[in-house]
Design a protein around this ligand. Structure first.
Ligand code: MN
Length: 316
């Protein structure tokens, strides 16, 4: 195979795989071409560098950079969890980052929603890299505008249903807000890995951390598939779903979570999910060690692209 370098801007087309050395070359997500053109893109990877809604340790604004850098590890040792070269049939671009004003957080949700809507209008699948979990609310707004109420598949240590007056910029309340606004269908939504308690569950089914510990990956996956009942789904992955041993670099870590191996096995079994959008949030590299968290985040993001590829291949 011919070696590539700086594939993020030297790629001849959107579907070729990169073989840049892991330690060199311009860093985009999995060396996808950096472009603001949505022409011909089947899937778009996009960074949302925002962390002003974090209740504890800030730093997730550096998540997109850390995930892109960690994703270079796949270049020379590609992984095919779905037995498929993601880029053989699917044009995936790195759309760069969302433009936000760090001094005007009130304008942040609308900025994210509008820029996400532009991507979705092109017909492409959107995979967003946070940022703290607040960013999922405007992302859900953009996706629900296109697909109607979504089945939320939510991996997290936290329920994110805390008190919200509809105006707060808070990473712990997007689920309650999305339920009240009809962006998600609580009856078809499910949370996995929860190990803290919020005052309300909004009618959403929860698989707590201790249950996840006792269940097999196949059981967890089949609960998710049966619970979403074939509805259009949005997959949101807070990296703190994983135990701090597997994801120390995050704002609000909670002990007692699943391993990356177990959760990747769950994701690999969700190929029937009617996935319409996805995000990976709360990677905060300042608290990371040896890129443990960034590699986990990049791998989860790569699996999300795999789930979209499975949906495409099935003609759904
Ligand atoms: Mn969380």
């Amino acid at each position: 195979m011919e070696k590539t370098i700086d594939h993020a801007f030297t790629a001849k087309d959107l579907t070729s795989a990169a073989t840049d050395p892991t330690y060199a070359g311009v860093l985009s997500f999995m060396r996808r071409r950096y472009t603001k053109s949505l022409d011909g893109a089947d899937a778009v990877v996009w960074g949302i560098p925002f962390d002003a809604a974090t209740s504890n340790r800030p730093g997730a604004r550096f998540g997109p950079q850390a995930i892109r850098r960690a994703s270079a590890i796949f270049d020379n040792d590609p992984q095919y969890p779905f037995q498929r070269d993601l880029f053989a049939e699917m044009a995936v671009i790195d759309y760069g980052d969302c433009l936000l004003d760090y001094g005007n957080h009130a304008a942040t949700p609308e900025a994210i929603e509008k820029q996400a809507a532009t991507v979705l209008d092109s017909g492409a699948f959107l995979l967003s890299l946070g940022g703290d979990h607040f960013v999922t609310w405007p992302l859900l707004k953009a996706h629900a505008a296109k697909h109607g109420p979504l089945a939320l598949v939510h991996f997290d240590a936290h329920q994110d249903t805390w008190y919200d007056d509809g105006k707060r910029i808070d990473h712990g309340s997007f689920v309650g807000r999305a339920a009240r606004e009809g962006l998600i269908d609580p009856d078809r939504s499910i949370q996995i890995g929860i190990r803290t308690h919020a005052p309300e569950d909004c009618g959403i089914t929860i698989l707590y951390g201790h249950q996840v510990e006792d269940m097999s990956a196949a059981d967890i996956a089949s609960q998710i598939i049966s619970h979403t009942k074939g509805a259009p789904a949005y997959l949101t992955f807070d990296i703190d779903c994983l135990d701090p041993a597997y994801a120390p670099g995050t704002g609000t870590p909670v002990a007692g979570g699943p391993s990356s191996a177990k959760i990747l096995s769950v994701l690999q079994k969700l190929h029937q999910l009617d996935i319409r959008g996805a995000d990976v949030v709360e990677v905060a590299p300042a608290y990371d060690h040896a890129d443990i968290t960034a590699i986990a985040g990049a791998t989860v993001a790569m699996y999300m692209l795999g789930l979209h590829a499975e949906r495409r291949a099935a003609g759904r």
